[in-house]
Write a protein that binds this ligand. Structure first.
Ligand code: GLC
Length: 756
């Protein structure tokens, strides 16, 4: 075990400060005198973008040949943490082989709007799903003794003005929506590093936000690694050191190192903060160095096939009318669309990987009776009349026409946001034309985020391939021809139109800030609350077989919030072929004093079943499954009451429901004063006991007797309901004006008793 404190004690202040910024675009600093080597970090998240020549952070310059796995938008759809762990292990092997200490991912920012340019790189609109997938990815990668950098912490949910805008988010929304994926990953997987985001959070840059980087990340969640900045995210370096930003990336040419030295010398920065940052960085540097295995084999071909296996598990069958899928190998099929020959399988920007090989659907279909027509030109974003005519001709010759469509590179990328949710107009035109020629039309989509589907009623099948990595074509053929039974589920809602999205009014914000005014009502939390139809709901996906859920059993129907509950359900494959389904468990707070979503995902499990096979799935729920973030307590709180446990095949397809009564063991401190209203006091059992005797007197004075009514309309005007409502909303001080006879002393005594 190295004595890092002793090592740091040997350093000059200048040497310490130098450690706190990158040596260049991709390396930590070396201090040869003390045997401290430089270590390399590299993008991520779904493969290696290692630049060993000219470096940049938007994937402009070349990087080494590598394997592009499915992007997070796709892997989230697998709802299979084990699959993602396996992918992480493969990426970890490649890191060891390439002598990379940290791979910059996973990226877990919540998909607040379909418009965010980097949605393809993010998992979900749901923090629980995003957290489970990120945790598995980190565990997979770090099982190879290389690190990860979960990013971008926090609330970096748009590309527009990402380096300056303030994400203005209320406390509860941060805690319930934008933090949990990071929190789960830190608590369960201890990423070696965290990457802070570019944006301000409630006015303070993430790169110098002590509440974020120290109070929450370290003191509450127990993060033990180091925090690096996003590239160029540092504003005030000394403030960042104090806040807990350990490493500025990339190098800033010594400018900020000198500022750190000056700050220590002029007493505005405690040198102990500098030492702490050095220690955290060195701990990870040596953790990698002491476990470096550059002899680790990196079998790119094997990883290409693994990428295909993974992609096939991610694809979501959205429509399969008349069982148009799977295709038969003995029938002519038209493959229409340039993405059949040159698929879009990854996004633009820092995650863009220089693939050593790609396999398109057309290549994977060799030997099958497939007729190809380009249909459109993705880069030019056009479809000539001739291209459409050729596509229609191909469709007419085939039993089924498969259109490979989706968002071209220019439509979604790091660095800018989408401005609409539409596919390219030329592709919509193509799909309409093909479906008009051949009703047996299937659309395969390549997109990292929801798209509108104006042709949805004209086609018989839709397969969402998301951005499925370099071997996506192999996976598409396996799924389209039924070698693999599709088992993906949507990790995000597909709204019917952009305006339906809860962030629509606010997304992108104004020059200074973006206000997250939709609060916790993100994605299905909003659509379900408003009972709003969507094109396809969160958690939705079809299969080539059918499943039945039955026999929901809860371990109890009453518990305390400190207990755990198990929920067991039997799943049966009621179809004719093997398949996988994703059992989803949602929790619904039947009644609460705070606004809550109708339901929230608190468990899921993917299960493979042979035709006719049944198996039980058991979930274990703890307090967090029931809790909301209480802004008085600044902690998680479960309100006593009934909760529904819902087993669903999507958030809008709830198959089984059970109820459990949960009793809170946590008292929310109340302070009552003259302005406290009777309803709130009566809702607190202890306060109620104190108030009741007083209430009887008050009610007697307040509720008029029928015989006292001064006019026949009296009883209508002062109906019991209204009186009760008036009573409920009455502040204590109201007794002085509305009777009850208790003088000021009486009320003060009552308040004293209530606040005991
Ligand atoms: C980029 C991205 C970040 C990436 C880094 C290095 O700007 O925001 O995700 O890891 O810079 O390329």
């Amino acid at each position: 075990m190295r004595d890092l404190k002793a090592l740091i004690a040997q350093m000059t202040l200048e040497e310490k400060a130098s450690l706190l910024s990158g040596g260049d675009f991709w390396h930590t600093k070396a201090i040869d005198r003390l045997g401290i080597p430089a270590t390399m970090v590299s993008d991520g998240p779904h493969g290696l973008r290692k630049q060993d020549q000219k470096a940049d952070h938007l994937g402009v310059n070349d990087s080494i040949k590598a394997v592009c796995f499915p992007a997070a938008s796709a892997t989230a759809a697998s709802f299979d943490p084990e699959l993602v762990r396996t992918m992480g292990e493969a990426i970890g092997d490649s890191c060891q082989h390439e002598e990379l200490s940290v791979v910059l991912g996973p990226a877990v920012n919540i998909k607040r709007s379909p418009l965010c340019g980097r949605n393809f790189e993010y998992f979900s609109e749901d923090p629980y799903l995003a957290g489970r997938m990120a945790t598995a990815m980190i565990q997979g990668i770090q099982s190879r003794n290389v690190g990860t950098s979960i990013k971008h912490f926090a609330a970096n949910n748009q590309e527009h003005r990402r380096m300056s805008s303030s994400s203005d988010v209320d406390e509860r929304t941060l805690r319930e929506i934008y933090f949990p994926a990071f929190e789960m990953a830190v608590r369960e997987a201890q990423p070696w590093t965290v990457m802070c985001s570019y944006n301000r959070l409630n006015g303070v840059f993430a790169s110098e936000n002590r509440w974020l980087l120290t109070d929450v990340l370290r003191n509450e969640w127990g993060f033990e690694g180091y925090v690096m900045s996003d590239w160029g995210a540092v504003s005030n370096r000394p403030k960042g050191v104090e806040a807990g930003l350990d490493l500025e990336m990339p190098a800033s040419g010594g400018i900020n190192d000198r500022k750190v030295v000056e700050a220590v010398k002029n007493g505005t920065l405690d040198e102990a903060c500098v030492d702490l940052c050095c220690e955290r960085i060195l701990r990870i540097v040596f953790r990698y160095i002491d476990n470096a295995r550059p002899d680790t084999p990196w079998d790119l071909e094997a990883q290409h096939l693994l990428a295909a296996d993974i992609a096939a598990e991610c694809m979501v069958l959205l429509k399969n009318q008349d069982d148009i899928l799977p295709l038969r190998r003995d029938e002519p099929v038209a493959f229409i669309g340039e993405f059949a020959a040159a698929p879009r399988f990854q996004g633009g920007g820092s995650s863009h990987i220089n693939t050593f090989k790609t396999t398109s659907a057309l290549e994977a279909a060799n030997g099958l009776p497939v007729i190809y027509a380009q249909g459109y030109s993705a880069a030019e974003d056009t479809a000539t009349d001739e291209q459409i005519a050729q596509a229609v001709e191909a469709a007419l010759k085939a039993r089924v026409a498969v259109v490979f469509a989706g968002l071209p590179d220019a439509y979604e990328s790091e660095g800018y946001d989408r401005t609409h949710m539409r596919l390219p107009e030329c592709q919509n035109r193509l799909i309409h034309a093909v479906a008009a020629a051949n009703p047996n039309t299937v659309v395969v989509l390549h997109n990292g985020s929801p798209v509108e589907m104006p042709w949805i009623d004209e086609v018989r099948g839709v397969l969402e391939a998301y951005l499925g990595g370099q071997a996506v074509g192999l996976a598409e053929i396996r799924v389209l021809y039924g070698d693999v039974n599709p088992s993906g589920r949507l990790p995000e809602s597909f709204p019917k139109k952009l305006e339906d999205n809860p962030s629509f009014l606010f997304f992108g914000g104004e020059p200074r800030a973006t206000e997250y005014r939709e609060g916790i009502f993100v994605g299905y939390r909003y659509y379900d609350k408003k009972k709003m139809d969507v094109l396809f709901p969160f958690g939705f996906g079809l299969s080539y077989t059918t499943f039945e859920y039955s026999g929901l059993r809860l371990s109890t129907d009453a518990m305390q919030d400190t207990d755990t509950l198990t929920a067991t359900v039997t799943v049966t494959n009621t179809g004719k072929r093997a398949g996988k389904t994703v059992v989803q468990l949602y929790v619904a707070d039947v009644e609460s004093t705070v606004l809550r979503p109708v339901r929230e995902l608190k468990g899921f499990e993917k299960i493979a079943l042979e035709a006719g096979e049944s198996r039980d799935v058991t979930f274990t729920l703890d307090k967090r499954a029931f809790a909301y973030w209480n802004t008085d307590l600044h902690d998680w709180h479960v309100e006593t009451g009934d909760f529904r446990i819902e087993i669903g095949a999507s958030c809008q397809d709830i198959r089984l429901t059970g109820t459990v009564h949960v009793t809170s063991t946590q008292t929310v401190p109340h302070h009552y004063d003259m302005d406290s209203i009777f309803m709130d006091i009566m809702a607190d059992p202890k306060a109620r006991a104190v108030l009741m005797p007083f209430m009887e007197k008050m009610m007697a004075a307040f509720m008029p007797k029928k015989e006292e009514a001064t006019s026949e309309v009296a009883d209508a005007a002062v109906s019991a309901e209204m009186s009760l409502a008036m009573m409920n909303y009455m502040p204590l001080r109201g007794v002085f004006s509305f009777g009850g006879g208790a003088g000021e002393d009486g009320i003060r005594q009552l308040l004293q008793a209530l606040n005991q």
